[in-house]
Design a protein around this ligand. Structure first.
Ligand code: FAD
Length: 539
């Protein structure tokens, strides 16, 4: 089936409209009747994904001149920063999700949601091929094709396994709500199994050995949540099991939380040591079997093997296969991630945008800009040739300056800013949400900006860009470390660690939740946990 345009429907529909006080009825949009209005076909925007980027785009889009089709296998938005809390029951899964239909229903824009996954993007014929989630009457999952005028790829990313043998088969990931629910059940099952009478001490030890791979914010937060769950709830309910529990955190780099300030890294490592979480640094996982996990020490190449009860794999993200296939179509097959320009448009296309974890702002065209500048201003040649600077074009064309006035110092300052903007954009909800909001604003003002472009002057060609480029604003980052302590790195490299920061974390996350419904549910969960502890049933 192809959902290509609405003209076939228009023949069936009788449209009533008020025009100049009179009521006109149109039975057929293709009729030759003199009163038939010209058919205005809305531009179709197809959005792939209902995560941070896709939802933020949909929430901010308010231009009714689009026909928006949303395709995602998930008919809800999930507040991922609270997923580690779901793994141990600090927060319930339903408290952190909001049905996508709730999010789009109030809009004045035509938005249709299809519960399906896109399995192929055909950029030549501007179509996306989709497969429904539902198995209808045993006929299998329905496949259909949707046309687009604009495509917004906001499909997130896959967990990165680095092709380590056995990871997919034996490890748990922590990416989706279902993953968190599965981990919660596995932890409780491990305690139940370890409490059975016929087991040896060795078997109990193995069962209650929880291994976390990856010392980034997610791995660290999960290890901390698990430690709290065990210490505050499970050891009271399974008193005999307490002495067998072990949590190991494996990190290939020399430190955990390397993206944070050194003070936070040190505090986290010390705290985990005090808590008895075994942090093994410089430890690369090379293989996972159904019973054991093998690591190789980075310093001396020594291989070690340890039995485990459960492994949670959290080592970052990789590109989705659908996006990989699409990258081939647009000449980006040699890249690791889908590259976009500063307007979030996929390089090599004119109507496809990539947001959030799916795309990566790049500096590819920079080289062309740099080459041009070097040709025109040989004195900056040496400096620029070795550097990456894209916005230099904007700088040189700044209305208030003539190009020759630009000094090396200014170039350096611009380079620094662009480096911060472009190279270091992390794969976070913050980036994804800001990109979604930025793109929606561009779509809201598309017609206006065609007439009155507001962007910088084009380096190549005449006139201005339609929009100002995307600029990321960093509002800081949290690292919850358990025991009601959190570390925060706020703008200006302001670092705050401890119990008071935990309260800041509670208030920021409560305020960021997507609706009053989820906000009240999460706050209630937190209060319930304080009063009654976490629920340890394995349902
Ligand atoms: P996602 O939010 O992952 O959304 C992708 C969407 O695409 C989903 O709806 C998915 O169902 C859909 N999709 C997937 N495949 C297809 C397909 N084939 N066709 C159509 N749709 C598809 N960031 C922070 O800033 N702060 C935090 O504290 C934080 N904590 C995190 C904790 C965890 C456990 C995790 C996993 C991530 C955390 N992040 C955090 C990172 C943040 O969640 C991601 O950067 C963010 O979700 C990226 O948004 P996105 O819209 O690109 O992708």
């Amino acid at each position: 089936r192809t959902y290509s345009d609405s003209s076939s429907f228009s023949k069936l529909l009788v449209v009533f409209t008020v025009s100049g006080g009179g009521l006109l009825a149109y039975a057929d949009a293709n009729s030759t009747s003199p009163i038939a209005p010209p058919e205005i076909k809305k531009k179709r925007v197809v959005v792939l994904g209902t995560g941070w980027a896709g939802t933020s785009f949909l929430k901010q889009l308010d231009n009714p001149s689009y026909d928006v089709q949303v395709i995602s296998p998930r008919n809800y938005f999930a507040f991922t920063p609270l997923l580690p809390s779901v793994t141990v029951g600090t927060v319930e899964p339903r408290s952190i999700v909001e049905p996508i239909r709730n999010i789009v229903k109030k809009k004045n824009v035509d938005v249709h949601y299809w519960e399906a996954e896109c399995f192929k993007i055909d950029s030549q014929s501007k179509k996306v091929h989709c497969r429904s989630n539902q198995n209808i009457d045993g006929k299998g999952k329905e496949e259909f094709v949707v046309d687009y005028d604009y495509l917004v790829i906001a499909m997130g990313a896959r967990p990165n396994t680095f092709n380590t043998p056995g990871v997919v088969e034996h490890c748990n990931f922590l990416k989706e709500v279902e993953d968190a629910q599965k981990i919660r059940r596995s932890v409780i099952d491990a305690f139940e199994k370890a409490s059975l009478p016929s087991l040896s001490d060795e078997e109990r030890q193995k069962m209650l050995h929880f291994v976390v791979v990856g010392g980034g914010p997610t791995g660290v937060e999960f290890a901390a949540e698990l430690h709290d769950f065990v210490k505050e709830d499970l050891v009271k309910l399974y008193p005999a099991a307490g002495k067998y529990v072990k949590i190991t955190l494996l990190e290939a780099a020399d430190h955990i939380l390397t993206m944070f300030d050194k003070r936070i890294t040190e505090f986290a490592e010390d705290k985990f040591k005090r808590d008895g979480i075994d942090v093994k640094l410089g430890s690369m996982v090379i293989k996972v079997s159904d019973k054991e996990i093998s690591t190789k020490a980075r310093v001396n190449g020594q291989v070690a093997t340890m039995p485990y009860g459960m492994v949670v794999w959290s080592t970052g993200i990789g590109t989705d296969p659908v996006v990989k296939d699409f990258m081939k179509q647009v000449g980006q097959e040699t890249r690791r991630v889908l590259a976009t320009d500063e307007w979030l448009r996929v390089e090599g296309t004119d109507s496809i945008y990539a947001l959030g974890d799916s795309g990566k702002l790049t500096v590819k065209e920079l080289q062309e800009v740099v080459d041009d500048i070097c040709e025109r201003y040989p004195q900056v040649d040496l400096y620029l040739k070795t550097k990456k600077l894209r916005n230099i074009a904007d700088l040189l064309k700044d209305d208030s300056k003539s190009s020759v006035e630009i000094s090396i110092e200014e170039l350096k300052a611009a380079l620094k800013e662009v480096d911060a903007q472009v190279k270091n954009l992390p794969a976070t909800a913050q980036v994804a949400a800001q990109q979604g909001a930025y793109l929606a604003k561009c779509f809201n003002r598309m017609e206006e900006a065609e007439k009155n472009p507001e962007g910088p002057l084009r380096f190549r060609g005449e006139g201005r860009h339609r929009f100002r480029p995307f600029r990321y604003k960093h509002f800081g980052q949290f690292a919850p470390l358990g025991g009601e302590q959190t570390a925060a790195q706020l703008p200006g490299d302001w670092v705050s660690i401890g119990h008071s920061t935990q309260w800041l974390w509670y208030s920021v996350y409560a305020s960021k939740l997507v609706s009053w419904r989820t906000r009240s549910l999460v706050v209630t969960d937190w209060v319930k946990r304080f009063i009654f502890g976490r629920d340890s049933s394995s349902i």
